[in-house]
Design a protein around this ligand. Structure first.
Ligand code: GLY
Length: 387
């Protein structure tokens, strides 16, 4: 280890130590709820409720991330209380499996971070069944005509043609189900959907679209939408982060070189377009003078960059470049956008649900906190491999 690497490792260890101390308080305070965003009082809200709208409350797409934090904390500390708290989260999500109609493509985010994480760590059969149940529902959303997995359910459950870049991350649930059962349907659907994303979402310059609309009967692509980004044709930074991390996962599971090339292409766009001082804007196309940031994108991308770097053994220069970018993103969040006050819940600050909600929307998000912890654990080779 060089002197510089030694120094960085010590710094990373200190960052991780401070973040886990704070996270321990947050976990204890929220163990009976399902946190999503921090309220004005400094504490997380609770989405463990039934809502008239089947997309909200217990079915909300982020409801696995707190479970993911608890499993990562369990791996880090081996403290049994984290396992117990994580199991509470896992069981809460059984309501979604029973309700069924609120489940969307984010089944990956919900059950990879809870039941599948549990099964990987403990081998508990009940957790395996939950994971396979969720994977089967996700596979059932595949549209054969368009070769895609439908994203949302929409009003009356009738949105059959929307596909979103975020879905790439959820493919890991199908890869896991294939690796666990040997049933090739799961892999075939994941690969087919990933190829559709590769064909319709990735632009020449490496930026990605957020939403593409397909005709569910003919399978034809009918156009794209700016979605949570700045506008039509723009490059929403969190979507870019989902893309670079999602293609990396696809490569790790399949070893198909084209996926690694897409991971690098989308990652290079992200790196090239960071703002002064390595700030991640909400959208890389937002006006140059606008300072709005989305640090959830920074944390997701940092973890994705570390993942790409771990897979690029034959290319040391590129490997180092991706690892350096990850380090710069994580360090900036630590120094400028991190709340280490143990009396408050929020960790990563200045996040954005979307460009539209840049001022009045939530600015702390449970998944930013999750990916920050995951990436710091990766720096110290202590992360549970979730994806
Ligand atoms: N998956 C939805 C989002 O990233 O906001």
């Amino acid at each position: 280890m060089t002197e510089k690497t030694q120094y960085l490792q010590e710094e990373a260890a200190q960052m991780l130590q401070n973040v886990t101390v704070k996270t321990a308080y947050m976990c204890e305070r929220n163990k009976n709820g399902i946190p999503y965003t921090v309220k004005d009082d400094g504490f997380y809200n609770n989405l463990d409720y039934m809502d008239e709208n089947p997309d909200l409350g217990i079915n909300w797409w982020t409801n696995g991330f707190f479970g993911g934090i608890l499993w990562q904390m369990y791996v880090k500390t081996r403290d049994q209380s984290y396992l117990e708290m994580a199991r509470v989260q896992e069981k809460k999500l059984d309501q979604c499996l029973e309700l069924f109609e609120g489940i969307h493509h984010d089944a990956g985010f919900m059950w990879l971070l809870t039941a599948v994480a549990d099964y990987k760590l403990t081998g508990w059969k009940e957790a395996r069944i939950r994971g396979l149940h969720a994977a089967t529902i996700l596979a059932g959303r595949y549209n054969v005509n368009g070769k895609y997995i439908r994203a949302w359910n929409g009003p009356g459950g009738r949105d059959y043609g929307s596909v979103i870049i975020d879905s790439l991350m959820n493919m890991s649930l199908l890869h896991w189900a294939y690796e666990e059962t040997g049933d090739p349907r799961f892999r075939a659907i994941a690969v087919s959907h990933t190829d559709t994303i590769a064909n319709y979402f990735v632009r020449e310059d490496g930026s990605v679209k957020h939403i593409v609309k397909f005709n569910p009967e003919t399978g034809e692509a009918e156009g794209s939408l700016g979605g949570q980004g700045y506008g039509h044709g723009s490059a929403w930074s969190r979507g870019q982060a989902w893309a670079l991390y999602g293609f990396t996962n696809a490569y790790r599971h399949t070893k198909q070189d084209s996926y690694l090339e897409l991971a690098c292409k989308t990652a290079d766009y992200f790196q090239r377009n960071l703002r002064t001082g390595d700030a991640a804007p909400i959208d890389f196309c937002q006006p140059a003078e606008e300072q709005y940031e989305d640090n959830s994108a920074a944390c997701i991308a940092a973890s994705g960059f570390l993942e790409i770097a771990s897979l690029m053994d034959g290319e040391p220069a590129r490997q180092q470049q991706y690892a350096d970018t990850a380090w710069r993103l994580l360090r900036r969040v630590y120094e400028k956008r991190c709340c280490l006050d143990c009396g408050r819940d929020e960790l990563v600050l200045q996040c954005a649900v979307s460009y539209r909600e840049r001022e009045d929307g939530p600015h702390t998000l449970i998944y930013a906190d999750y990916f920050y912890l995951e990436a710091l654990l990766k720096l110290r080779q202590q992360a549970l491999q979730i994806w």
